[in-house]
Design a binder for this molecule. Structure first.
Ligand SMILES: C[S@@+](CC[C@H](N)C(=O)[O-])C[C@H]1O[C@@H](n2cnc3c(N)ncnc32)[C@H](O)[C@@H]1O
Length: 377
């Protein structure tokens, strides 16, 4: 693993401007960025010129031309995998190893562990599998000597480290999933729910302090307002404190509605996408559940005038929610028990899955308590 000084020198040689920050190894999080001095809100921490980026256009033509129908992530991964240039060795040596990734990234887990993922993470995994399969088909057809294992590793190194990027010449981008760039050194920033300010312009990326930062503190960015299920599936970790966390409720709620009620909710655009966050169930959920306890015309009138949280139907709506959440809570508890039975040699996935199911169980229990229900085990 290169030293912090070596990485600083390497970054400077690529034209980056570091203002009192350095790469640093943090326990449980791998490489991150540390403040070497005090900062005030608004201070510039790091500037990265466009010339330092790895984008679709920096991939050598011989690679670009020989692979058909590949995503930008797949193309960057192929380039990274085949890159033996001296100038990127140091950065390549600083990113997590294949073994680290195998422990953290659910895509690389064995099916028995994948089956223990929460619903939202599992759905994301299914999408990844489809996207990866398509890229792998294209790469293996063009470059038959490439190893599957190496490509999976590179694909996730890219997936966990890219920033939103569009070339200055690009008009309106069609698909934001294809607007990607690797930003070496800046990709050492770890994630928090509210991170330092990142701006992208025609000259590159600028990272600024969003608050006072003390010397010695870790400085993080925000990869997006993601739930912990998203972070788990896409990045291989979950946050302890995450103001954006939420869990889907469709599985326990959709079955409660009759065909007629489903039709009404679909007509009014309130069918599905029900979620629970750390405060309460979402507005969509409240509206839909009211349909289960209100006369249809009263429900329609309320839809126009706005639902009053404390009207005469609140108690009935709470009872329905309490029962549905109770079922969810029991299922979460059973999953947690299954996770706790996993063998000790699976410590990393076991720890992460256990943490996530505990968080889910707590979210549900807190919501039930908020409805006046009994505290759950
Ligand atoms: C963009 S990289 C950040 C640098 C990375 N830590 C490294 O060692 O190179 C994203 C990866 O860092 C790790 N990471 C980022 N934020 C984290 C956090 N808050 N807690 C634990 N791991 C985190 C995850 O492994 C994630 O896939």
């Amino acid at each position: 693993m290169p030293t912090s000084q070596e990485l600083t020198q390497w970054a400077l040689s690529k034209g980056l401007r570091l203002n009192g920050i350095a790469a640093h190894n943090f326990p449980q999080r791998g490489m991150g960025i540390v403040a070497k001095k005090h900062f005030h809100a608004g201070d510039v921490l790091l500037s990265v010129p466009l010339s330092a980026l790895r984008t679709e256009r920096t991939v050598p033509e011989n690679i670009r031309n020989c692979i058909k129908n590949i995503s930008v992530q797949g193309l960057l991964a192929t380039d990274l995998m085949l890159d033996t240039s001296q100038s990127s060795t140091l950065w390549k040596d600083s990113v997590p190893t294949k073994e680290d990734m195998k422990k953290a990234i659910p895509f690389m887990w064995e099916p028995m562990l994948q089956a223990l993922l929460p619903e939202a993470a599992s759905k994301l995994l299914a999408i990844q599998k489809q996207k990866f399969r398509s890229d792998w088909d294209s790469v293996s057809a063009a470059l038959p000597a490439v190893s599957y294992d190496d490509f999976v590793y590179s694909w996730f190194i890219v997936g966990t480290r890219t920033f939103y990027y569009t070339h200055p010449d690009t008009q309106e981008p069609l698909d934001s999933n294809e607007c990607l760039a690797l930003v070496p050194f800046a990709d050492y920033f770890n994630h928090v729910d509210v991170g330092c300010k990142v701006t992208f312009s025609s000259t590159g990326y600028t990272f600024c302090a969003e608050r006072k930062i003390r010397k010695g503190e870790e400085i993080c960015t925000n990869y997006g307002n993601h739930s912990n299920d998203f972070l788990l599936a896409e990045y291989g970790f979950v946050l302890e404190d995450n103001k954006w966390d939420e869990i889907p409720l469709d599985k326990v709620l959709l079955t409660l509605f009759s065909a007629k009620q489903k039709e009404i909710l679909q007509e009014e655009n309130f069918w599905g996408d029900y979620v629970l966050d750390e405060h309460s169930v979402c507005y969509r959920t409240q509206v839909a559940v009211r349909l289960l306890c209100m006369p249809i015309q009263t429900w329609r009138n309320s839809l126009e005038s706005g639902f009053d949280d404390y009207d005469e139907y609140q108690g009935a709506a709470d009872t329905i929610l309490r029962e549905a959440l109770g079922i969810y809570s029991k299922a979460a508890y059973e999953k947690l028990e299954q996770v706790l039975e996993l063998s000790a040699h699976l410590a990393s996935p076991k720890g992460m899955l256990g943490k996530r199911w505990k968080q889910i169980h707590l979210l549900i229990s807190t919501a039930i308590d908020g409805l006046g229900g009994q505290k759950l085990e």
